[in-house]
Ligand binder design. Sequence first.
Ligand code: CA2
Length: 165
Amino acid sequence: MAKAQKSAANGKRTAASKQAGGKPLIYVLNGPNLNMLGLRQPEIYGHDTLADVERLCAAAASRLGLAISFRQSNLEGELVTWIQEARSKAAGIVLNAGAYTHTSVAILDALNAAEKPCVEVHLSNIHRRENFRHHSYVSLAAKGMICGFGPKGYVLALEALADIV
Ligand code: CA2
């Protein structure tokens, strides 16, 4: 039996879980400059492109019985709009807000208003980097945070959400 069905049979799925094709839908949201992944600074962010990360997420989602909507924007307001949209359309959020992680009260407010489980992801270990990257507004609203494991962090985040949604 697929994991999604198993969970439903166990009564773990809440009525609030939003489904796509019978599977809980997870918004996987990426912030500014992540479209540059694999093209610059491979010593920090590795050689995988964002398209590679999306393929990795799609494979993990399929294994976990989840559906994903994978998106990237360089615009803070667009990320806020997608998080607002997640309130009615998604069961959970995986968020790498990029540099907005460290600056955006607007994204924090949107996450709090969305009332959906959010797992924060960073490719790099933000605590081994500059001091200004050590603080995260996203963490104030997230269920948990994964950093330092490169693209695998997205898979770990989806695994964590699969147990929650
Ligand atoms: O480690 C992460 O995933 C970050 O969220 C990445 C952000 C950075 O501002 C955060 O502190 C940590 C930056 C994303 C920029 O990605 C690039 C990738 C390749 C080339 C240039 C930028």
